[in-house]
Design a protein around this ligand. Structure first.
Ligand code: SF4
Length: 332
């Protein structure tokens, strides 16, 4: 259920200094997330999904250059994340947003117990909100957070080090840390992909239930349309650092428009389908020297002259469905 805008990304560009020049990874991306809305960000590995999440948290590498606007709504006021000072940004991260990383092993510190790590997140949140607390109240919240992600014997797990637990348990602990305190926006970067498929499915269902129960907004990044279909109200398709199509989930599956979206859909395995999909021929964009015009044109079977020269702008198709492709531009 949507009740107003929470996040608005406007024309975001990100580039990184590399030894051969600058790598232009994000190229003018724009999207919104409403309160309580679940958004899927989908594309091949290397398309800029993780960079987008890191830009939202303002945790990009120090050599990254960022332009555009990211507006976050707090108490009815739009705040530009990149205009915040360090203290304001820290408070935003500790009270409003949290992120689940792809690899639970590297997300947890091996030299501290699970209890110490969850407690420090809870304590930082309470300090940022200027709320009083005691050691017992923090432990109670930590135990509840572990129980919320269905970890058995939470008291014992609080005393454990990450290496003493399985990969699935570590991923649940990362989720518990993200939802242990009240937040409005959860960002998840391919959670559970380092685990086997059945555990990954359980992890996604768990996150989805928690997000819905707590009324959080959610951005799920994945390379798989099949994965985000189950957990997203709306989907943005990314290719080569641009958003090429966005639509409500049902509309995107019923009526995909962009040639890249159609190619991605053809890669989703189907029960009783005709064999294994072969993937999309061609290489991902070279970000140091990206193709002119539409970044997908070297791989697009429908490319024509304008595609090689002019970058397509988003075309609104109605009902929140938009596509950036010359095939849909007026007059084409
Ligand atoms: Fe293909 Fe041209 Fe559309 Fe790009 S703009 S997806 S190259 S038809």
């Amino acid at each position: 259920m949507n009740a107003g805008r929470l996040l608005s990304v406007e024309n975001l560009d990100v580039d990184f200094g590399v030894y051969r020049g600058r790598s232009r990874v994000l190229n003018g991306i724009s999207f919104n997330v409403d309160k309580g809305e679940k958004l899927g960000l989908v594309g091949e590995t290397g398309c800029g999904k993780t960079t987008t999440l890191r830009a939202l948290m303002r945790v990009l590498d120090p050599n990254a250059r960022c332009s555009g606007k990211i507006l976050y709504t707090i108490a009815g006021q739009d705040k530009d994340i990149y205009a915040m000072n360090a203290a304001e940004m820290l408070r935003l991260r500790r009270t409003e947003m949290s992120m689940i990383f792809q690899d639970p092993t590297s997300a947890l510190n091996p030299v501290f117990t699970v209890g110490e790590q969850i407690s420090s997140v809870i304590r930082a949140n309470l300090v940022a909100k200027q709320e009083s607390f005691s050691k017992n109240s923090i432990t109670e919240k930590a135990v509840k957070a572990l129980a919320d992600v269905f970890l058995p014997d939470p008291e014992r797990i609080l005393e454990s080090y990450p290496f003493q637990l399985s990969g699935g348990m570590r991923q649940r602990i990362c989720i518990a840390m993200s939802v242990a305190t009240e937040r409005n926006l959860l960002l998840a970067d391919e959670p559970g992909t380092s685990l086997d498929v059945t555990i990954q499915d359980q992890i996604l269902r768990l996150i989805n239930t928690l997000v819905e129960t707590k009324g959080m907004s959610f951005i799920l990044v994945s390379h798989s349309l099949g994965v985000v279909r189950k957990t997203s109200d709306r989907i943005c398709i990314m290719y080569g650092g641009t958003i090429v199509e966005s639509a409500r989930t049902a509309d995107l599956f019923a009526s995909p428009r962009h040639p890249y979206t159609r190619a991605l859909l053809a890669c989703v395995p189907k029960l009783g389908g005709a064999g294994i999909a072969e993937g999309i021929p061609g290489e991902m964009v070279n970000y140091i020297n990206p193709p002119a015009g539409c970044r997908f044109h070297p791989r697009c079977t429908q490319a024509f002259r304008a595609c090689r020269e002019i970058q397509p702008r988003p075309v609104a198709l109605g009902d929140g469905h938009a596509v950036s492709c010359h095939l849909y531009a007026t007059g084409s």
